[in-house]
Ligand binder design. Sequence first.
Ligand SMILES: NC(=O)c1ccc[n+]([C@@H]2O[C@H](COP(=O)([O-])OP(=O)(O)OC[C@H]3O[C@@H](n4cnc5c(N)ncnc54)[C@H](O)[C@@H]3O)[C@@H](O)[C@H]2O)c1
Length: 277
Amino acid sequence: MGWLQGDVALITGGGSGLGRALVERFLEEGARVVVLEYSPDKASALEKDFGDDVATVVGDVRSIADNKKAVALAVEKFGKLDILVGNAGIMDLPAMLLDLPEDKLDAAFDEVMGVNVKGYILAAYAAAPELRKTKGSMVFTASSASFIPGGGGIFYTASKHAVVGLVRELAYQLAPEVRVNGVGPGPMRTDLRGSKALAPQDYVFSPQTQEVADMVFQAFPLKCDDPADYTGLFVALASRRNAATTTGEVINAADGLGIRGTTFLTGAHFKKGYVHT
Ligand SMILES: NC(=O)c1ccc[n+]([C@@H]2O[C@H](COP(=O)([O-])OP(=O)(O)OC[C@H]3O[C@@H](n4cnc5c(N)ncnc54)[C@H](O)[C@@H]3O)[C@@H](O)[C@H]2O)c1
């Protein structure tokens, strides 16, 4: 029996990357899934590939009406809602603040914060009444950029730090009925897009060549780049049986970044025997 047997989940941004891997894993664990997704093509691919246990709403996480529509569909089609996974997100541009054009700052802030932060809060607002009924839970996709700088630009890093705050605040406000947690992945190969305000040419964040991928992943000790590698933590946190005592936590799952140490600086000393044992 799966860890989410009989549960009903709403996953935002389930059309590609981590969200789609979560849809697949949640189905394997016995859940039925509603997806709120911006791209009509990605939404129809989900319905085609996964059949009747998946239902989609094409919409924008920045709209409370679209979030409510997705919750209503879960209740209408599958009878209830047990889990919200807030996941839809966008990048900004890996650039220094002072290199950004002044006339794009307002729009970029509204866009990135709108999707990455407001989108999570609106989904929580729409889902909480149903989750209270089922004593369910929320799991939000954070990032390594929730803990350290340099994983994105100023808007992305600020938005992902804000995810830690909203997880804690929601956990505080919704206990004891609803648990609220987060998972912060390291870099993955996905379809993650940049802010249109900053990069109207549809910038794709994930490494597009092997050379760039090798450069990025060499900094991460575990070298995982497949979104599927991250799905187990979402399942565990969403599972009533396995995470009944955990709320308000964001698991830093950033591919071992925290134990990288300073070998990149001191490695030469190790090799030359300068470090005493
Ligand atoms: N890719 C990485 O390296 C990485 C690392 C850490 C965290 N993350 C986070 O993972 C999450 C998923 O991103 P991903 O990397 O799988 O990218 P992705 O682009 O493959 O998936 C995001 C999905 O969200 C959808 N989406 C975007 N804006 C939306 C909106 N306004 N309304 C509804 N749906 C919308 C997209 O169409 C897409 O299907 C994001 O929160 C991202 O910040 C990604």
